[in-house]
Ligand binder design. Structure first.
Ligand SMILES: [Fe+2]
Length: 204
């Protein structure tokens, strides 16, 4: 088998996921609970297989966690991102302002969830640890403020995220619960290229 067709068949799970998510967002429009339930099942199927993510999009950085864009819907109704955590790396407390699904592909990640108290302060409400195959959801309706870290201090971890927008371009917020401060940010992406999920040709 040629290298091109090998790459194309390796990426088949991601291509299938992109196709099925596109059908889902087109059919459910803005019904968030259905998107989270059915999108969560699609993501669970994607992460059940850990052979498709190209090494280029699984590469940790010594400096900070990496967000590699794997696909963005042309109408920016959803985006798919690989989050690659180096040992011990973590995010600040942040929000998303849209729905999101997190599927653990490799390693493990620890999430500390936050909620706003009646007097307007952010307080931690609990900790979740995702293991390979687990899927978690966030949204402004069910809670979307958290801090995330690699649960491993000696190896990388990778999770696949799906958001209801082009998440790298969304204006969001980071919080300092101790100081009660809040700052706007736009995350962008770590890489200028994406996996070519459509390349099924063979070189002659
Ligand atoms: Fe997050």
């Amino acid at each position: 088998m040629s290298k091109l067709s090998t790459t194309a068949s390796r990426l088949a799970p991601l291509r299938r996921f992109v196709r099925e998510m596109t059908q889902l967002v087109a059919s459910t429009r803005h019904e968030e609970s259905q998107l989270l339930a059915e999108g969560g099942q699609l993501l669970k199927a994607l992460i059940a297989d850990d052979n498709w993510l190209p090494e280029r999009f699984a590469f940790p950085s010594l400096e900070r966690y990496q967000q590699y864009l794997l696909h963005c819907d042309p109408l920016e109704r959803f985006s798919v991102v690989s989050f690659v955590w180096g040992p011990g790396q973590s995010t600040p407390v942040h929000d998303h302002t849209t729905w999101g699904l997190v599927g653990m592909l490799r390693g493990a990640e620890r999430t500390t969830n936050y909620a706003m108290t009646a007097d307007g302060r952010l307080t931690a409400t609990g900790v979740d640890v995702l293991q390979p195959g687990d899927v978690a959801a966030v949204s402004p309706h069910i809670g979307d403020v958290h801090a995330v870290s690699n649960a491993h201090s000696d190896r990388p971890s990778i999770s696949i995220h799906v958001y209801g927008a082009n998440i790298g371009a969304v204006h969001r917020h980071v919080y300092d619960p101790e100081k009660g401060s809040c700052k706007s940010f736009v995350s962008g992406y770590a890489c200028e290229v994406m996996p070519n999920i459509w390349n099924s040709g063979t070189a002659v």
